[in-house]
Design a protein around this ligand. Structure first.
Ligand SMILES: *Cc1c(COP(=O)(O)O)cnc(C)c1O
Length: 394
């Protein structure tokens, strides 16, 4: 018999009842250090007092309005994002994949309005993840995500990761945009080298193609800059944001330069919930905290400490781990064993991590995780790795 919850997830047998900072408490009282943060969503930890305050204050006033009316919280968050980034304009969604839908529509509409309606092709990359909507799965293109779901949205060209010749050959007069994650998340914490991101920017400038960055996972302070592309010094034309920006409240956004957004006039797109007062009140508080250079400096300091400890962990367990990769507090442990075995051993040791593709265990802690929580988390990962090692010998 089918479970009452549609069985699309492989859930761990853990039921958390409360959280505080980087800690979660299970129904049976066990406490876990959370290095997954709801897959990079709880950017400021659980039950962050500033976010609880922003949410509850707004909750006492007004929850939902509809975009039929002015929404001051939405306006304020858009202005903050415009002030802090390359963008001239922002549209709010409720999720990352909705941001993907709009990014694709925006790029195609741009060329349509330019009198080049044939220019619809969007170049994407192997191992990418852009969510589970029709455009999201078509953009990623893997059989795992698309098989069985009928006709796939057309107009996507999928290229191997890091194949410069294939990229040059694929860009044509029909290329509307190139869509890429500056650091692949689901694909196994694969950072795109700064040089490659610069090269993509140059290629887009030469050909007119729009550069769309998916910073749903790597954005909002995760890599130690407000947005990951800032490390390379380039700017995209369109950027997808979600996950961390809501700090745990569902919120996504598409940020764009004026020119790239020029086709999206009144009536061309919409969302009932997108940009509702609750989400935007929380998002604004998240942005105020994370965009502070002092906060980002702290993220970098903590990231350096965590990375160093993880290098030690890898060296201590050469039978389990192959190496550490990633950027800032978006780190991956490349495994020699099945990553799910490390994740499960972590459950026993009281530490949460997230499996990814390419044999990687993802560590995406809250951006404000404390030094002592980092030390304790790595000690627990060490215990988990020892248990996996023992299992290999048995
Ligand atoms: C999670 C994710 C998405 C999809 O976001 P949802 O909110 O789950 O729709 C898209 N792109 C990237 C890079 C992601 O990590």
């Amino acid at each position: 018999m089918i479970p009452s919850l549609l069985p699309t997830y492989n859930r761990a047998p853990l039921s958390f009842v409360s959280g505080e900072g980087s800690w979660l408490t299970e129904a049976d009282g066990r406490r876990f250090l959370d290095l997954g943060a709801g897959i990079a969503v709880n950017a400021l930890g659980h039950a962050n007092p500033a976010l609880v305050g922003a949410l509850t204050e707004q909750a006492g006033k007004l929850w939902h309005l509809s975009n039929l009316y002015q929404i001051p919280q939405q306006q304020a968050l858009a202005e903050k994002l415009v002030e802090e980034t390359f963008a001239d304009t922002v549209f709010f969604t409720n999720s990352g994949t909705e941001a993907c839908e709009l990014a694709v529509k925006m790029a195609r509409k741009y060329w349509y309005e330019k009198g080049q309606p044939e220019r619809v092709e969007i170049i994407t990359f192997e191992g990418s993840f852009h969510g589970r909507s029709a455009a999201g799965i078509a953009a990623a293109g893997s059989e795992k995500m698309t098989k069985g779901f009928g006709p796939i949205l057309g107009g996507f060209t999928h290229l191997p990761w890091g194949d410069h010749d294939a990229l040059r050959a694929a860009v044509s007069e029909n290329t509307a945009a190139i869509l890429i994650e500056p650091v692949q998340g689901e694909g196994g914490i694969r950072p795109l080298p700064d040089q490659c991101l610069k090269g993509l920017r140059d290629l887009c400038d030469e050909t007119g193609a729009l550069l769309i960055l998916d910073e749903v996972q790597c954005g909002v302070g995760r890599t130690g800059k407000l947005f990951a592309h800032e490390w390379s010094g380039i700017e995209p034309d369109i950027m997808m944001v979600a996950k961390g920006i809501g700090g745990g409240f569902p919120l996504g956004a598409v940020l764009a330069r004026e020119e790239a957004a020029s086709g999206m006039v009144a009536g061309t797109h919409g969302s009932t919930y997108g940009g509702n007062p609750l989400a935007c009140a929380v998002g604004l508080k998240v942005m105020e905290i994370v965009s502070d250079p002092a906060f980002l400096a702290e993220v970098n300091a903590r990231a350096g400490g965590l990375r160093q400890k993880l290098e030690g962990l890898v060296a201590a367990h050469p039978d389990v781990f192959e190496g550490v990769r990633g950027a800032g507090l978006m780190l991956g442990l490349k495994c020699k064993v099945a990553p799910i075995d490390v994740v499960k051993a972590g459950y026993e040791a009281g530490v949460l991590s997230v499996p990814a593709a390419d044999n990687v265990v993802r560590l995406l802690p809250a951006l404000n995780i404390t030094e002592s929580d980092i030390s304790e988390a790595v000690a627990r990962l060490d215990k988990a790795a020892s248990a996996v090692s023992e299992g290999l010998k048995a």
